[in-house]
Design a protein around this ligand. Structure first.
Ligand SMILES: *Cc1c(COP(=O)(O)O)cnc(C)c1O
Length: 382
């Protein structure tokens, strides 16, 4: 559907997504599978369109956080295997089977419930076992003394009827900045795999590398990698920049429009709380984006936007649906486009101003903001 209005919108460049996919794919050994992480509406980029593109490009697997996200993709016609990384209630085994999903298993009780559901349905549920090697989130603890116990549990779970234990994985806590800890985690994972193999338990797909490890530690790629943020064109950490060789390109550019322009005399306060008082006569543009669109309000008076090829400061508090920018000296008109972050202004900068990370900024682009998909490089404007 063509949008009624373009007030604030996110341009999603599918050619840039393809570029990033190919750049990451080129880092993998032949035979290593590619799982594209499309949780949280593909980090705000629109899960269905991103999944369609990744499927078309040949990604072997997709991953989401929860059942609802997986069902959205299946109902949109996505056929690729989908791994649910997080919690699915024990009584939702029927849905997992009906939609042909792969569930992460991290405790014996839920595994038994899913096994029973599969047996009742006369089907097999594909599962990936999660090992906790040091993230302290989901999975069987398997460091040091816990190894034997984890192997016992995992061996028992893999033997349950109705479950097909296709994969096993772990997740790094600090792959972007601590090599020693990452290698410690990796060693724990390998030790667990060796112990399980000794017991005759093996897995077709062993995986542990998210974006940072894909870029920094090729030895961790194993049978599959799980990049998320890098697919969307952002490095998890500056230390990862350039490691892919061709340079990742941000896929999303968040844009807004000028609603009004006026010349306001010195001494006039701007926006809620009157926190910013103009020091000189100022040309102010009211922009049609606010915190309900995903601009962090904490960036009030600090954010910059890109307008007419330069950085423009936001002045005063960011409102729910608007914010004001100082366009003194510029010939700006209602309807003009401005970039909030993306091609010209890295999301990392705004994230730093907000005291957060680019991941959160991308996810915070609200449902009110329409996503416009660019199919070809030439579709880019501004
Ligand atoms: C989110 C997530 C990823 C992707 O992480 P990025 O840093 O975005 O690449 C991979 N694996 C798991 C388990 C995750 O939760």
């Amino acid at each position: 559907m063509k949008q009624l209005e373009r007030r604030t919108w996110a341009e999603i460049s599918l050619p840039d997504l393809e570029h990033n996919y190919r750049a990451l794919r080129a880092m993998l050994a032949p035979g290593c599978r590619f799982l594209g992480v499309v949780k949280a509406n593909a980090y705000g980029h629109g899960a269905v369109r991103v999944a369609q593109k990744l499927e078309q490009l040949g990604a072997e697997y997709l991953a989401v956080a929860c059942l609802g996200e997986a069902v959205e993709l299946r109902e949109a016609g996505i056929c690729a295997p989908i791994l649910i990384l997080g919690y699915t209630p024990a009584d939702c085994g029927g849905e997992l089977l009906r939609y042909g999903l792969t569930q992460t298993i991290y405790d014996a009780g839920t595994a038994r419930a899913f096994s029973e559901a599969a047996c009742r349905a006369g089907k097999r549920l594909r599962v990936h076992v999660k090992a906790d090697t040091g993230m302290s989130r989901l999975g069987w603890l398997c460091g040091g003394a816990a190894l034997e116990r984890a192997a016992d549990d995992i061996q028992a779970v893999c033997a349950l009827p109705g479950l097909e234990a296709e994969g096993i994985y772990t997740h790094f806590a600090n792959a972007d900045s601590d090599e020693d800890y990452t290698m410690e985690q990796f060693t724990r994972f390998l030790d667990l795999l060796a112990e399980l193999e000794r017991r005759g338990v093996t897995f077709q797909i062993r995986h542990c590398a998210a974006s940072a490890a894909v870029l920094k530690y090729p030895c961790t790629h194993l049978d599959m990698v799980r990049p998320g943020i890098a697919l969307y064109g952002h490095y998890p950490d500056p230390s990862c920049e350039g490691l892919d060789g061709s340079g990742l390109i941000p896929v999303m550019t968040l844009k807004t429009r000028v609603a009004s322009v006026k010349d306001v005399p010195a001494g006039t306060p701007v926006s809620y709380g009157c926190t910013h008082v103009l020091e000189r006569d100022t040309r102010l543009a009211a922009l049609t984006a606010g915190y309900a669109d995903g601009l962090p309000r904490v960036c009030s008076d600090r954010l910059e936007v890109w307008l007419q090829g330069r950085r423009i400061p936001v002045v005063g508090r960011i409102c729910m649906d608007m914010c004001m920018a100082d366009v003194t000296g510029l010939d700006v008109h209602p309807g003009d486009e401005a970039e909030i972050f993306g091609r010209h202004l890295p999301a990392e900068e705004a994230a730093a101003l907000a005291g957060t990370i680019q991941y959160e900024l991308l996810c915070a682009v609200s449902p009110r903001v329409p996503r416009e998909y660019l199919e070809q490089d030439g579709d880019k404007t501004l």
